[in-house]
Write a protein that binds this ligand. Structure first.
Ligand SMILES: C[S@@+](CC[C@H](N)C(=O)[O-])C[C@H]1O[C@@H](n2cnc3c(N)ncnc32)[C@H](O)[C@@H]1O
Length: 232
């Protein structure tokens, strides 16, 4: 196994200049609306603004929704709407994103920006504990894509509700799965410990194949396997 092999390991430190280059050349610089949402989030929730997904992650979400031709999408963790705006932008007319959160205050900002972004007609916000929202979804496989980005101890429960609802080939993503590197600490904090439990749960799930990308804070991508197909 090629672990800790200097010839295969690529740990590229992203200086701010290189990060700027990455966003520019990758066409991932937030447009005026997303940039304004970032500013308004900083004003409205100064201590929590870091919770929005990073620009490159938002761009990836839009890209993946389009790549899959997804029309049925679920998000767990709306906050002020950065990721939901990115997901909804990838949807065709008639597509639907169901996004859930417990905060009326934060999602009010999200609703304003969905309207201004012209995607309010394809987003349904469900306020309340995400587990209840997910359990109320149709039980059969119908989702093309799902994105988990909420309370970390809830991840395993969300995964368990979402995997059976994914159609074969659908994508399930989970954010913050490297948790600032704290996942490998000897004594991780509560959230990092919950992510560690989640990562192990996902790794052992034979219903999906998966990768973890070192983008932003770590992003897990899992593809629902058709029955009979075995994951790597
Ligand atoms: C990391 S933020 C989501 C960020 C969002 N994806 C974005 O890019 O702006 C996590 C969100 O999960 C919500 N949340 C926490 N516990 C929840 C629960 N049990 N059910 C639903 N939402 C929850 C919080 O209110 C918060 O808005």
């Amino acid at each position: 196994m090629l672990r800790n092999d200097p010839l295969t390991q690529r740990n590229l430190p992203l200086t701010s200049e290189l990060y700027d280059y990455l966003l520019t050349q990758g066409r991932m610089v937030p447009d005026a609306l997303l940039a304004e949402l970032v500013e308004r989030t900083r004003e409205a929730a100064p201590g929590q603004a870091h919770m929005s997904v990073a620009p490159e992650e938002g761009a990836l979400l839009t890209f993946l929704v389009r790549l899959l031709g997804a029309t049925r999408v679920v998000e767990v963790g709306t906050f002020t709407g950065f990721s939901s705006l990115c997901l909804a932008r990838g949807l065709p007319a008639g597509g639907l994103l169901v996004t859930c959160d417990v905060s009326d205050e934060w999602t009010r900002l999200a609703r304003e920006f969905w309207s201004r972004g012209g995607v309010a007609d394809r987003i349904e916000l469900r306020l309340g504990p995400a587990l209840d929202t997910l359990r109320a979804l149709p039980a059969e496989p119908h989702l093309d894509l799902a994105f988990i980005d909420a309370d970390k101890p809830g991840y395993v429960g969300y995964w368990e509700e979402l995997v059976p609802r994914l159609r074969p080939g659908a994508l399930l993503m989970a954010d913050n799965t490297l948790f600032s590197g704290e996942v490998i600490d000897e004594y991780p904090g509560e959230k990092a410990a919950a992510i560690r439990v989640f990562n192990e749960h996902a790794r052992r799930d034979p219903r999906v194949e998966l990768v973890i990308l070192p983008i932003a804070d770590g992003l897990t991508l899992a593809r629902r396997l058709p029955s009979g197909e075995v994951g790597a």
